[in-house]
Design a protein around this ligand. Structure first.
Ligand code: NAD
Length: 260
């Protein structure tokens, strides 16, 4: 339902052509925010879905591993609607290998896309937010920002890093109308996780269904995936007036993963 609590605001969601980013973009659009989409692959489909919610949308294909392209994207958003009121740092990739076998190029890419990109977008968004004395920065971290799993060194390092960046940003804006918080999902069935399910099914010679049950059973007590829609609702809450004093939290939505 469109209730327009964010009408007139501009939200930029990195990595929003699929999965969690698209879910959050749609939830913000349902509240009336204009949306700048970013990410690889088809963007016409996601843009049409957002436009159908009655808001304006634009797309910029910046590669989040490149500071110069991030600068161009932030400039583009400013030219469209003056500046970014709601920044959702969501773009992310995964690679699974032990520390000694981790390809150096994958390590660098994960740190750049999952962590450094949030520094670049935040440093460029903050002056406008501070000037308007209103802004929301939402960093999509992970349960892996709070706890570790084997074989995910770069991802866990980047996600712990973005939780740290969230806290520092929250402290530096604490007396202003700008807030910064992190969302820490457990398993969400998106293309990023589907690849891990497929790899498990292949490695163990089991069906996709069995691999999914195994994946959830290992870590997530609820045995349920969190959905992009649920994460979108949490992002909408962070943007609400009631959340004006929620600052620097790393809010898990993980079916009990980190309660263990
Ligand atoms: P996804 O693969 O569905 O989406 C990732 C998005 O990032 C896509 O739009 C993709 O095009 C974009 N992207 C990738 N590399 C990019 C780059 N260099 N520049 C610009 N865009 C790029 O994955 P998802 O599961 O929706 O993941 C989104 C975020 O949520 C990630 O930060 C991920 O770490 C985090 N997360 C996911 C899960 C999960 O279970 N799926 C759990 C916790 C956290």
């Amino acid at each position: 339902m469109t209730t327009h609590t964010l009408k007139g605001k501009t939200a930029l969601v990195t990595g929003s052509t699929s999965g969690i980013g698209l879910g959050i973009a749609k939830a913000l659009a349902q509240q009336g925010a204009n949306i700048v989409l970013n990410g690889f692959g088809d963007h016409a489909g996601p843009q049409a879905e957002i436009a159908a919610l009655g808001v304006q949308t634009a797309y910029h294909g910046a590669d989040m591993s490149k500071a110069s392209e991030i600068e161009a994207m932030m400039q583009f958003a400013a030219e469209q609607w003056g500046g970014v009121d709601i920044l959702v740092n969501n773009a992310g990739i995964q690679h699974v290998a032990s520390v000694e076998d981790f390809p150096v190029e994958r390590w660098d890419a994960i740190i750049a896309i999952n962590l450094s990109s949030a520094f670049h977008t935040s440093r460029l968004a903050l002056p406008y937010m501070k000037q308007k004395n209103w802004g929301r920065i939402i960093n999509v971290a992970s349960v892996h920002g709070l706890v570790a799993s084997a074989q995910k060194s770069a991802y866990v390092a980047a996600k712990h890093g973005i939780v740290g960046l969230t806290k520092v940003t929250a402290l530096e804006t604490a007396t202003t109308g700008v807030t910064c918080n992190a969302i820490c999902p457990g398993w969400v069935l998106t293309p990023l996780v589907q690849k891990q399910v497929d790899a498990k099914a292949h490695a163990l010679g089991i069906s996709n269904d069995e691999a999914t049950k195994l994946l959830l059973g290992e870590k997530e007590p609820s045995l349920q995936f969190t959905t992009p829609e649920e994460l979108g609702e949490l992002a909408v809450f962070f943007c609400s007036k009631s959340a004006q004093n929620v600052r620097g939290v790393a809010w898990n939505m993980d079916g009990g993963w980190t309660a263990q």
